[in-house]
Design a protein around this ligand. Sequence first.
Ligand code: GCO
Ligand code: MG
Length: 405
Amino acid sequence: MADKIIAADVVVTSPGRNFVTLKITTADGVVGYGDATLNGRELSVASYLRDHVAPLLVGRDPARIEDAWQYLYRGVYWRRGPVTMAAIGAVDVALWDIKGQVTGVPVYQLLGGSVRDRILSYTHATGWDVPALLESIDAQLARGFQAVRAQTGVPGLDIVYGVTRSGAAYEPAGRGAAPTEEIWDTDAYLRYAPTALAAARDHVGPDVKLLHDAHHRLTPNQAARLGRALEPVDLFWLEDVTPAENQEVLRRVRAATTVPLAIGEVFTTVWEFQTLITEQLIDFVRAAVSHAGGISPLRRIAALADVWQIRLAPHGPSDVSPISLGASTHLGLATPNFAIQEYMGYSDLVHEVFPHAWTYADGHLHPGEQPGIGVRLDEKLAARFPYQPAYLPVARRRDGSMTDW
Ligand code: GCO
Ligand code: MG
């Protein structure tokens, strides 16, 4: 058993992009790490942790993970929301990390042990036009991926979610004092996306899993139309067709098309999934360990989803730090209805700042055998990259009015 918690510190670092890390230290010197990154709103989570959570953690027994979670969730009258849940998620993962180190086993063993040998993962292929997209898909297949998310530019638009014109790696958040403004045209997208994705399917043949992200931009009717148009492409999933704040509208989409639907990267609790799961309106739950409150609540979401034959497919873009990615792979190894892990990848520098036991090979991830989560923070290196203001883009329609990014 570890001694009581003596410190909870927050480290904000920006090795190319911002990450917020919670470091919990016990009296006998065990250090657990959790990821508290919230893209474009990093400092609000850092403050929530420093000002309101850290003082409550000092003196607590780190072994009581569930009690800490309940205390920080139920014990706060103004609960839920991305800032609160990212903060609680960081505490939860750091405490699992400590328990693993104290007991000397990797966290997946504490979750019941492995139910699979390795974790299928998908990555991103992006090309401004179809030839560039096909080239990008080929490059990812050559790296061993058997599942690829395909995004292209849209004729007539200058900037499109998920793609760069230059072919350089895509990073949604831009550094600077204000968000970039993008002009978005859903009709142009709906005319082009089915052609581009059909070309991708023709190119890769039937076996490769193809995914696509509509990034919250469609009405239910548009989503139904796109879903139908994409049925011959045989997508592994179509993601975030609508903003999904109004979940009843998904009934309409579901009734119109059999395209598999994935939703939920911006959801933070099981309550936001309740209708989608219990009415079988989706096929994949996209919740992330970091944004939905940690490993503990994600297990509950997965258990609920399993009853309705829905599978877990956690979010894993570059704004989910290597700590969360590690935590997610432990969960994935031990969760029967885990389907696939998004793995967008990190720069060499980010791999150095967060040395990790998890590995990628042949399109699959594995958490490794290090006790705990198996991801550390090189604090000296991290200190060389102070926080940089950065925002996710915002989107406007052609008439200048705001729309969903
Ligand atoms: C995905 C996502 C991300 C988000 C990003 C915003 O499916 O990977 O949609 O790329 O855009 O996490 O911070
Ligand atoms: Mg997404």
